[in-house]
Every structure is written in C-alpha cells, then in structure tokens.
Ligand binder design. Structure first.
Ligand SMILES: Cc1ncc(COP(=O)(O)O)c(C=O)c1O
Length: 375
C-alpha cells in the first residue's frame, strides 16, 4: 500500500480560472471602450507545482504560455501546444538558441549579452522578442537610460533578419500592495510610449486590480502575464482567491494513520511544542515537510478532517503531522484529511499560518507526492 498522501490537480479548475480572468479583462476593456489584452498563462516552476501537461490541458484557451525553462517549453510542444511560448528570463547561452529556433519560442531580452548572442546565431527564422525594461524593480531589464539604444539595436537586428517582432515589457514589484503600479508605469510609459510593438506589464495582482492599464486598441496590442491566480490562489495578502471567483486547482490530501489519546499535560511531536491542557484525541496524518507541507506551520493552522475544520497541533515532522480530533469524534485510522484545496483550507490560509505565501507551497509540492489529474 502506498502512503495515503496525494495531490489532485483539477484541469477544469485551471480552465475555470482562466475563463474568470478572461471575463474580468473583457469587462474592463468594454468599460474603457477598448480591446481586451491577450493572456500569457504563466506556467513556470512546473506550472506552480501543478504539472506542465495539466497546465497545457487547462490553459488550452490562453493565447500564449510563459515560462522559464527550455525543457518545460519543449514539454509544452510535446504535449501538443502549438501557440506562442514566451521564455520569461530569455536564454542563457548561445546553444539555447538552437532550441528557441527549433521549438519556435519567443523570448524576453533583458540584457545586452542576449542581443549579442542573437546577432551571432544561425537561425532558421526570426525570433520574436519582448524587450524588458527595468522600471524600478531592479531585478531584470535594461535601465531607462539604456532602453532606447537597446530597442534601436533590436530594430537593426530585425532588419538584419535575426529578430522578429519587438515587444515592450516590464514587471511590477508592488502590484499586490498599497504602493501599486503607478510609479513603475510612469517610468515604463515615459521610456516606451513612442516605440512600436506589443506591451506586456501585468502579473496576477496587476491583472486583477489594475486591468485598465492593459486595455488594448487597434494600434496597441497588450498581453497580460497572470500566474498564481490561474491556479486559484491569491496574489494579495488582503483578499482571498474566492473573492475573484477563482477555484483551487491543487488539492493536497492524506489520511489519519494513527490516533493518540492524550491526558492533560501530555505533549506531542518533536520539541514537545504542543501540550494538551485537557484529555484529547489527536490524529497522526501521513504528510510532512518532505511532502511539501511547510514545517513552519504553527499550532492552529487549519486542516480539514472528514470535511470538518480543525487545527494542526505541534511541530510538523518530515513525514507526519498531528491534528486535533476534538471536533471530529468519529475520526479514526483511514479518515480522510484535506491539507489544502477544494475540500480543505485554502493554500493561502496554510501559507499565512506558516509565514509564507501560497506560491511557495504550491511550487514546493514534493516529487514523492503522487499527482492525479482530475477532469
Ligand atoms: C516576469 C513575470 N511575469 C509574470 C509572473 C507571474 O506572476 P504572478 O504569479 O504573481 O501572477 C512572474 C512571476 O513571478 C514573472 O516573473
């Protein structure tokens, strides 16, 4: 018998979330009498832990897919994705361009060395690029001072036949918080407004809260790049995903594999971090940090046992965690446990209790956890 821990990825929830984002963009564009942007569904990091093949199935109606790793891009093609693919960090060395060419990938260009590599490459067709501006995040991108010259150089390479379309792109540092996007947008607009080409600026937070900046027109195409919201988790600390009509796409489940009866004063788990203040039953669940459940989840982290919410108690260990069975007196060995997802707490609630974000928990699902794909 395998350990009972498993994850289910719902392809229909992925499709539902994409449709919800699409509706939101359509409504924003209609209100502004403009055209809706196209969507690059971001599927980096194994589709935020959900699996590339599941993402290709769930996001079949996206206009494009965006990711980091070349091998994930190849897996998309092998899974039958024929549409645009954008490499969000671009390529790293000249040999990558052979795959960029063979699999017809589009690429971010964020530094001069990438333009050098493109200029020297022997390609069978032009490569479409998104030229990235560092508008204030100071991670990737040409500085505002260097951007116009980089764009000019890309245009020259376009004439020489290595570069295809040239888009304009930036990434926001604070779209999920009170600072918002206005400062970075002001920089982006001042540097790029006279330059031709499609624009891509919005991640999930900006797509959900500032979609008006992505409204397209006959003269100006826009692409948004939502990631986390498409998996049914929230980019915001102050709003949950359900408020945007999103459904969790990953459910992590297990079972109770043992029950302990505690007396008042008994402790449980490593470090004896939790001590019973009265007689109580606790369930031992087959799921630990080696499965991707966060070790820093504290006593009180929500868990559902047989569909009833209860709490984690004590320290999460490598393969097990412990739950309070007081609200579920009938629970025993074999009772189902939902750690997060459809029938449990949201991944964001668990993340909050562990001092992190839903992104990290989804991406950290361990390879040893079997993943089942749900229609
Ligand atoms: C360049 C870029 N675009 C889009 C995204 C998607 O972000 P999110 O998952 O917050 O929507 C990311 C993720 O970090 C990114 O690095």
């Amino acid at each position: 018998m395998p350990r009972p821990v498993s994850a289910t990825v719902s392809v229909s929830a992925l499709a539902h979330n994409l449709a919800a984002v699409r509706r939101h963009l359509d409504q924003t564009a209609a209100a502004a009498s403009g055209l809706p942007p196209s969507i690059w569904a971001v599927i980096k990091a194994n589709a935020y832990g959900h699996g590339i093949e599941q993402a290709v199935a769930g996001f079949s109606k996206a206009q494009g897919l965006a990711m980091l790793d070349l091998d994930e891009a190849v897996r998309c093609r092998e899974a039958g994705w024929g549409g645009p693919i954008l490499l969000l960090e671009g390529f790293f060395n000249p040999s990558d361009l052979e795959l960029v060419d063979r699999y017809h990938l589009s690429t971010t260009v964020h530094q001069r060395e990438q333009l050098d590599m493109l200029a020297r490459a022997r390609l069978s067709r032009r490569v479409d690029i998104m030229l990235k501006l560092n508008s204030g995040m100071n991670r990737l991108g040409f500085s505002p001072a260097a951007y116009p010259a980089a764009h000019e150089r890309a245009q020259l390479q376009q004439q020489q036949g290595t570069v295809g379309s040239i888009g304009k792109m930036t990434h926001f540092a604070c779209a999920d918080g009170p600072q918002g996007v206005s400062e970075q947008m002001a920089v982006f607009n001042s540097v790029t407004h006279k330059l031709p080409g499609p624009v891509s600026v919005c991640n999930s937070a900006a797509t959900l809260r500032f979609a008006e900046i992505a409204v397209a027109s006959e003269n100006q195409a826009h692409w948004v790049r939502p990631g986390i919201c498409l998996y049914g988790a929230s980019p915001f600390a102050d709003a949950d995903a359900a408020a945007f009509g999103l459904k969790p796409a990953m459910s992590l489940r297990s079972e109770i594999i043992a029950v302990q009866e505690l007396k008042a004063g008994d402790s449980v788990g490593y470090g004896a971090l939790f001590r019973a203040d009265r007689p109580m039953r606790v369930g031992i669940v087959a799921c630990g940090y080696a499965d991707g459940y966060p070790r820093h989840a504290a006593t009180g982290t929500p868990v559902a046992v047989a569909g009833i919410r209860t709490r984690l108690v004590g320290r999460v260990s490598m393969d097990m965690l412990i739950v309070d069975l007081d609200p579920i007196p009938a629970a025993g060995v074999g009772t189902p446990v939902s750690l997060w997802g459809e029938d449990g707490p949201s991944v964001d609630e668990v993340a909050l209790a562990a001092g992190t974000i839903g992104y990290e928990l989804l991406c950290a699902l361990a390879p040893r956890v079997p993943v089942t794909r749900d229609a």
